[in-house]
Write a protein of this length. Sequence first.
Length: 625
Amino acid sequence: MKKHHVNQHLKHIVNTLHNDQLSDGSWGYPFDTGISTDAYMIILLRTLGINDEELIMELTERILSKQEKNGSWKLFYDEDEGNVTPTAESYYALLYSGYYTKKDEPLRKAKEYIVAHGGIEKAHMFTKVMLALTGQTPKTTHFPIPVEFILLPPSFPINFFDISSFGRANLAPLMILGANKYSKKTKKSPDLSDLYVSRSEDLFDWTETRESKSFFSTIEQGIKSIIGLPQHIHSLAIQRAKQYMLDRIEPDGTFYSYFSATFLMIFALMSLGHSRKDPLIVKAVRGLKAMKCKIDGHTHMQYTTANVWNTSLISFTLQRAGVATDDLTLVKANEYLLSRQQDKYGDWAIHNPGIPPGGWGFSDINTIEPDVDDTTASLRAISPYVQQHSRYRHSWDKGVYWVTSMQNSDGGWPAFEKNVDKKIFNLLPIEGARFLLADPSSADLTGRTLEFLGYYTNMPKNTKMIDRGKEWILNNQEKDGSWYGRWGICYIYGTWAAITGLMALGEDGSNPTIQKAVNWLKSIQNKDGGWGESCKSDTNNTYTPLRASNVTQSAWAVDTLISVHDKPTPEIQAGIRYLMEAIYKDDWTVDYPVGQGMGGGFYIHYHSYKYIFPLLALANYERKY
């Protein structure tokens, strides 16, 4: 590969990133999660009687722009015919907007699709919750976990803090809403009864298995052991759940800066008697509105913002691509990152007591929810500044101390909280329970943490901590040689993190574990030199090809091979050639989501990735060869 060829493409991406930086030093590339949040925003505004017509109209336009020819909406391009969940959400939002009627062709076709595919009953659990809250279900439903669950002490075998932080953020308002059996219809509420097929009285199929019965009876016994009158305990639990939400409201008024948690909190507050004009609710709505962005000329409500994540990855990658550390773009980016390091004790401290704050969160506004991935990414970005500036040294020391303290007892690293992985929660009749309620060690978090410790700290490579991390990686390889990545799609992502982590610890590329992964990657390379994996991988629990190459996943695969091989192989050369062409592509593969929040329900298209990862792979190729 001619050096000036690679250089030319590096420069193109570097220039784009220079031009796209915001005045505060961050990058605000969209965190794009499809149309669900757009639909929910319309439903929320109409429910609250906030007639922001301009915003509602803009959101309907984006929703309609994503409809398929058969009337459905999809979560990702290669989803077979469509998906009832986003189709039902879109149908509801378009009707509630008041700008469309059931007679309009887009809604007629959407209804036909929903009814032909089992009706609104086939929608995801979270959608059914939203339908219940807005008076669209045959009867007001209860939530299976009683609000008293929040009172069980940490000494009890299962308690509220055994659930992941993102699970708790949605669960606290849900338990209040379940206890109050609350729903709110308005004069503008559309009638969705014609979308039901089974006419069952209970939309929620909280089917109790033998395992979940034992789970609920354990909770019941625990509640009975709490001293006090049942009514008093019930009121105390509701108060505790409310306080849990209020204590985690971010400066912009949102709950943890998550759309879903904030949406549910607003309804929970109304169920407790708060007026829709209450300052708490007004500020929460304003916070949600502030997360809107433009994508292809359309307005999108982001689930959260991704500024810290974008900025840490871009700053580091620009440095790898040879941008000088005193370049104004990098100086501004790293000053921004320094300002976003967290100094408050969040829920992470419950399972990790005695450790001072020092992590970074994901979104621009996040102040109390740090995570391991954003912390190692931010530390990588500021690493060259540590020797020169005492402020950076202080920040670095706090960050490294925090991230190393977050290692799970099994040797791996979680995303948000330490040792929050009780398998019993997977038995609950809650859709996507394993994604929502647990925060286990994962190959992507563990691999990237090891890569950071191996390359960017002076830590000896044979400490007990690193040995345990390495052992976790080695013990969690799939039979085919890949690793499963929790927060990306999926096996290419996990394999990239695991292998680059092992190589950073000085592993030999000829090690059978590494060779098995390399052979797997080579076996799934496409004829055009790229790689592509479908979002179906996470529900199939096995690698599922996309049948097309994706620029980001190709960059992960090439970068993995570069880390292992001393000389460029034919597979690496083909991959680099693909990347140099693909960075100029503009087709469906560029918009394909390669991040996930919840398998089968919540996928993420990071608009920054098409720049970050090809740039990283090309820069690493040029540096090494």
